[in-house]
Design a protein around this ligand. Structure first.
Ligand code: FAD
Length: 406
C-alpha cells in the first residue's frame, strides 16, 4: 500500500468513501462511543447463553476462566426492561410488530437475525463493560468449525436458497457429517460475484477481522499472566492480509450508514426514548447519541444501500441473503465459549439490525421499529468496529517502532 503497513488508501470497494475518511471519522467518533457504551442504557444487554446448538453436538462450554460471563445483578436492571419487550419503542400504528417474535425461532419479515425478547423468562442481562471482548483461549476444532459454518453460508450458489435452516439442506446437511470446509476456497472468486454476495462475504470477513483484532490487542501472555498488545498475532491474523483489513473498513461503512439513517428516528423522542428511569442519565445518553449521529452525518456518504437489491431477481436474492444471515445468527448458539458467544451474538445482532435499517424499510424511516436490545447491539457493534480501527492504528505504530528498533 501507498501509505505503508496495513494502511490501504483510496476508495473502499463497494462503499462510497475512502479508507482515509473512515480513519478521520473514527478519530472523532471513538471518544463519544467509548463514553456511550458505559451508560446505563447501553451497557446491559439481554441474551441466552445456554441454548443447545441446533446443528451439531457441541461440547460443553469452554471451562477456561477467561471464557466465562458475569451476569448483571437483578437490582441493576430497571423493572420496565424486564416486563416490556417494546421498551424502546411505542406501539406501531400497524399493530404490535413483535407479536410474531415470541417464539425464539420465528422471525418478523423485516429481521435479518434472531431478535431476543427482553421480557422473556429465558436468558439474562449481561453487563458488557464487565465482560470485555478479548483473548479467551478459545481455540482448536470448535471455533474452526463455527467459522467454517459461517463462511459456508456465503455460498449462495448451492441451491439452498430460501430456507436451509428449515429445510436442513444447506447448513445442517453438510456440517453434521463433514469437517470445517477449507475457508480459502469459499473466499475465492468473490470478485466475480454480484455486489450483494460480495457484501455478504465482506460482512462476515469484516466481523472476523474485528474479533481477531480485539483478541490480539488484548492478548493474554500466559508466561507472565499479563495482558499485552501482540503484533505477531495481529500480523498473522489480519495485518498481513489486505483483504481482511479491507473487509473491516467496509463493514464499518455499513454500520456508519445505518447510524446516519437511524438518526431521525432516535432523535424523535416522541417515537423513541432511552428509558433509564433516571432523567439525568437519559439526558446524557440522548446528548451522546445526538453527537454520534451528528458525526456520522457530517462525514458524508459511506455506503449506498440503494445500489443493492435493485436488479432483476432482487426479491429472491434479498430473501436468500436474509435466510443466510439468519442462519449465521443461529450458528452463534454453537459457539463453545460463553464470552465469545456473548460478543458473537451481540455483533451478529448489531449487523442484522444495520441490515434491517438499510434494507427492510425502503426510504420510510418512519416505519422503523426496533427493540431496545437491537439498538443496544447496534451501537455496541459500531463501538467494537471503532475500537478495531483504532487498534489497527496502534498496531501500525507498534510495527513502525519495532522496525526502527531492529
Ligand atoms: P481463526 O480466526 O479461527 O480463522 C480460521 C480461518 O479463517 C483462518 O485460518 C483463515 O483461513 C480464515 N480467516 C481468518 N480471518 C479471516 C478473515 N478476516 N476473513 C476471511 N477469512 C479469514 N477467541 C477469543 O480469544 N476471544 C473471543 O472473544 C473470541 N470470539 C469468538 C467469536 C466467534 C463467533 C468465534 C467463532 C470464535 C471466537 N474466538 C474468540 C475464537 C477465535 O476467533 C479463533 O477462532 C481462535 O483464536 C483460533 O484462531 P485461528 O488463528 O486458528 O484462526
Amino acid at each position: 500500500s501507498k501509505r505503508g503497513y496495513c494502511s490501504p488508501s483510496g476508495m473502499i470497494d463497494d462503499a462510497s468513501c475512502e479508507f482515509e475518511t473512515i480513519e478521520v471519522v473514527n478519530k472523532k467518533l471513538a471518544p463519544v462511543l467509548n463514553e456511550l457504551v458505559t451508560t446505563s442504557f447501553f451497557r446491559y444487554w439481554k441474551t441466552t447463553l445456554h441454548k443447545d446448538c441446533p446443528f451439531w453436538q457441541e461440547n460443553p462450554l469452554c471451562v477456561l476462566r477467561d471464557c466465562s460471563v458475569i451476569e448483571a445483578e437483578e437490582s441493576e436492571i430497571p423493572e420496565h426492561w424486564k416486563t416490556s419487550s417494546l421498551s424502546s419503542v411505542d406501539e406501531s400504528p400497524l399493530g404490535n410488530p413483535f407479536s410474531v417474535m415470541t417464539k425464539s425461532c420465528e422471525y418478523a419479515e423485516a429481521d435479518f437475525c434472531v431478535v431476543e425478547d427482553e421480557a422473556s423468562k429465558d436468558g439474562c442481562f449481561v453487563d458488557l463493560i464487565k465482560n470485555p471482548e478479548r483473548f479467551t483461549g478459545y481455540d482448536g476444532e470448535s471455533p474452526a468449525r463455527i467459522w467454517g459454518a459461517i463462511y459456508e453460508e456465503n455460498c449462495f450458489e448451492n441451491g439452498n436458497a430460501g430456507g436451509s435452516r428449515l429445510g436442513g439442506s444447506g447448513l445442517g446437511g453438510g456440517l453434521l457429517l463433514s469437517p470445517a470446509p477449507r475457508l480459502s476456497s469459499l473466499a475465492t472468486n468473490y470478485n466475480d460475484q454480484c455486489v450483494e454476495k460480495r457484501v455478504f462475504y465482506k460482512l462476515i470477513s469484516g466481523l472476523h477481522s474485528s474479533i481477531s483484532t480485539h483478541i490480539c490487542d488484548q492478548y493474554l501472555d500466559r508466561t507472565t499472566g499479563t495482558w499485552i498488545r501482540n503484533l505477531t498475532c495481529f500480523a498473522n491474523r489480519v495485518g498481513n492480509h489486505p483483504d481482511r483489513i479491507h473487509s473491516l473498513y467496509f463493514t464499518y461503512t455499513i454500520l456508519l450508514r445505518a447510524i446516519t439513517k437511524l438518526a431521525p428516528y432516535l432523535e424523535n423522542h416522541e417515537v423513541h426514548h432511552f428509558c433509564t428511569g433516571n432523567g439525568r442519565d437519559t439526558q446524557k445518553i440522548e446528548d451522546l447519541v445526538l453527537e454520534t449521529s451528528d458525526i456520522t452525518k457530517r462525514c458524508g456518504p459511506t455506503f449506498d444501500e440503494t445500489a443493492l437489491f435493485s436488479g432483476p431477481g432482487s426479491l429472491q436474492l434479498k430473501k436468500e441473503f436474509k435466510t443466510h444471515f439468519r442462519n449465521i445468527s443461529e450458528i452463534m448458539e454453537c459457539v463453545g465459549c460463553e464470552k465469545c458467544k456473548l460478543w458473537g451474538k451481540l455483533q451478529i445482532s448489531g449487523l442484522g439490525t444495520a441490515l434491517k435499517i438499510l434494507f427492510s424499510y425502503g426510504d420510510k424511516p418512519e416505519l422503523f421499529r426496533l427493540t431496545r436490545g437491537e439498538v443496544v447491539a447496534l451501537f455496541n457493534t459500531v463501538h467494537r468496529f471503532s475500537e478495531s480501527v483504532s487498534a489497527v492504528d496502534r498496531f501500525r505504530e507498534l510495527h513502525q517502532k519495532q522496525g526502527l528498533n531492529q
